[in-house]
Design a binder for this molecule. Sequence first.
Ligand code: SF4
Length: 493
Amino acid sequence: MIINKLVINSEKEIVHKIVKEILLLFKIEVHQDVPADYDIIEISNYVKKDIVFEVFTKIRFVKNSKSQLFTRTDFARQDENPRASANRLIKLNLYHLLTDNLGPIVAPWGILHGVRPAKIVHRYISSGMDKSAIAARLTADYAVSGKKAVLLTDIAYGQLPVLAASDHNTISIYIGIPFCLTRCLYCSFPSNLLPEADILNAFMAALHKEILSLREIIDAYHLKVQNIYIGGGTPTSLPEKYFALLLDYVQGLYSNDILEYTVEAGRPDSITLEKIKLMTAYKVSRMSVNPQTMQEKTLKIIGRRHTPQEIEKVYNDIRLISPAKINMDLILGLPGETAADVRDTLEKIIKLSPDDITVHALAVKKGSSLKSCLDSVQLPDDKVTREMAYTAENLLLQADYSPYYLYRQGYMSGQLENTGYCRQGSASIYNIQIMGEKQTILGIGGNASTKIVAPSFAYLKTLFNPKDLGTYLKSVDDYIERRLSLMREVYEK
Ligand code: SF4
């Protein structure tokens, strides 16, 4: 739908953000001076902070000087934070007003927009709600579909033993290697093509400093490292000499009782027999090989330099050499793909039998080449992408995989989610911890995030290493100092 003008009667940036988010959900675009469905849409919200917190929303549609006004009021829950509830109620009011007046849309997640929706369910569980009450509340408060509400609730319950088994002194470590062999069409990460030796040497030296600093932190606060995750980028894009050095440095961070050690090997064209042997020698317990699709035509379109056969070969090489669990990532909604392509990909992947499979929905993000060439590629529409998700889900459930973690991003095809499926006993503990945000995760390297969790989860302190490689190299000492200072603040309280 096109409108010529949007009026938001608020000076608050957050209100403008919320309104735009909802308009995007309804695919309402604002274009001046073109034939439009409405000349103006005007939105106003009134927040009443009384005994019962209340949000009243007005929406006015103007067409050919005739206007229609619709209103809706909703009330906060007693257990809600007032600011969060105001934002939620503005969204919910708008969602219902637009649905009532423009017709329903397919939005399986309703107004639930955050990256970590399972955290909401964990909060409900802590407050003593049971499964059916939680699912009902997700539908009432966030307009989440019944099916997604049950899926999310089941996943959150399944994560409880892992989250409960961690304590304040148990941490994970993330190491970001911001290099790739080529740049994928849809990539919006600040990853760099593999640089020359001088830059690589500088990066390895900076990373080594961070690793030594982490070692000091671990010793000073008597921390136990539960999981290490080397991600990126593509860590295995490092030449063998550097990759061996990386694993050697990282060895200084863990002891034999580490629960999970993942290397995101990512792209098969970056994995050699030597690198698999190295990972095996350093006891990497989980390797991620990410085909995204098993369709050769799509691999070419998305800028990957490998074939489906190479994916199978690398998978089989790892199985022969290493006892590590193998994860594989797929993307639904890639350019030119059909539901039949996705079925074929899933059948091929399931035949390989990886331990866990993460199914992503394509997100067309700013900063990706895909965003700037949308006119020249053919993306499956939302309906087809949802059909793909349905196909993938059924095939995975039939093959004994169960969903165990889930997250969302902006601009996802089909208003879907990214879901990790695993075979019994193969859930990635790190994936659950990073989504749960109940465990301190120290992030080092390019574009890594540190999240330091206070006792009893009272608050979270964050630090984000620079996205830009040059800035990272220049400011690594500063980030080491800032991380130490945050650790002191939280762990010495
Ligand atoms: S492998 Fe991942 S990080 Fe590297 S270019 Fe592709 S999507 Fe981006």
